[in-house]
Design a protein around this ligand. Structure first.
Ligand code: B12
Length: 217
């Protein structure tokens, strides 16, 4: 049953079918499937497949947009349930999150924001396509402990490095922990650019953020 529902969610994203995605999400909740599992094992699996089809030229931009629409329709139903898992703990720290300059992908960043939030972090999400200076200014305004940078394209990964370089130039590198993530981002990349941590998934982002905060104190 569970496998069927997760597959239904994946297929709804692949087909870019918003109604089907909403129904699949409702079905997941009715069957007590953990909403985060529905995201990671259902919707995201479908999105990976759409990405693969796009890469080999089987689908084009309109299909990506439709897939994103279906993904977000399901999220509207799953989000309240994800947020209901919110733990009433003292805030663990503040995270300023942004997708980097030149990059408009926000689905993964939004999930990371929600999952950090329900796990006790105060999260300030400044959206997409922000320059290093804007990210750093906003991090200062928010009094952030961690700057989290999302990048979905190999072409925008260098913008993560740029944020770290500008922090150094402004003598602010010690003030913020920097965590990077997004599809093509690896541990090796994080080490190469001198980030403090990285995460492959939203759950991993929470583990990394907690580890960074505990190392700090
Ligand atoms: C949906 C999508 C779009 C949508 C985005 C809609 C939206 N609102 O976000 C639209 C249609 C707008 C789009 C546009 C483009 N896209 Co696009 N897109 C995708 C697709 C299919 C899925 C991305 C996604 O949402 N995944 C689902 C989420 C849940 O996963 P995720 O983002 O990876 O996030 C998870 C983790 O990575 C992690 N995470 C994410 N961020 C962070 C941050 C931190 C700090 C941490 C710790 C963790 C973390 O946690 C998340 C949850 O577990 C990918 C394919 C792929 N394999 O990723 C291509 C892809 C990213 N796109 C691609 C391209 C080329 C483009 C365009 C240039 C196409 C064009 N010709 O215009 C434009 C770029 C516009 C721009 N300037 O940014 C390429 C990039 C290739 C490259 N160079 O690397 C990809 C890889 C497709 C491909 N295989 O070719 N795209």
């Amino acid at each position: 049953m569970k496998e069927k529902i997760l597959e239904r969610l994946a297929t709804a994203v692949i087909d870019g079918d918003e109604d089907e995605a909403r129904e699949g999400a409702t079905g997941a909740l009715q069957n007590q499937i953990d909403p985060l599992e529905a995201v990671e094992q259902g919707l995201s699996k479908g999105m990976q497949e759409v990405g693969r089809q796009f890469e080999v030229g089987d689908v084009f931009l309109p299909e990506l947009l439709m897939a994103a629409g279906a993904f977000n329709s399901a999220m509207e139903i799953l989000n309240p349930e994800i947020e209901a898992q919110k733990k009433n703990v003292t805030k663990l720290g503040t995270v300023l999150i942004s997708t980097v300059k030149g990059d408009v992908h926000n689905i993964g960043k939004n999930i990371v924001t929600t999952v950090l939030d329900i796990n006790g972090f105060r999260v300030v999400d400044i959206g997409i396509d922000n320059s290093p200076l804007v990210i750093i200014e906003e991090a200062q305004k928010a009094n952030a402990n961690i700057i989290a940078l999302s990048s979905l394209m190999t072409t925008t990964m260098p913008a993560q490095r740029e944020v770290i370089e500008v922090l150094r130039e402004m003598n602010l590198r010690e003030k913020f922990l920097v965590m990077v993530g997004g599809g093509p981002v690896t541990r090796e990349w994080a080490e190469e650019i001198g980030a403090d941590g990285h995460g492959k998934t939203a759950i991993h982002a929470v583990e990394t953020a907690k580890r960074l905060m505990s190392q700090k104190s």
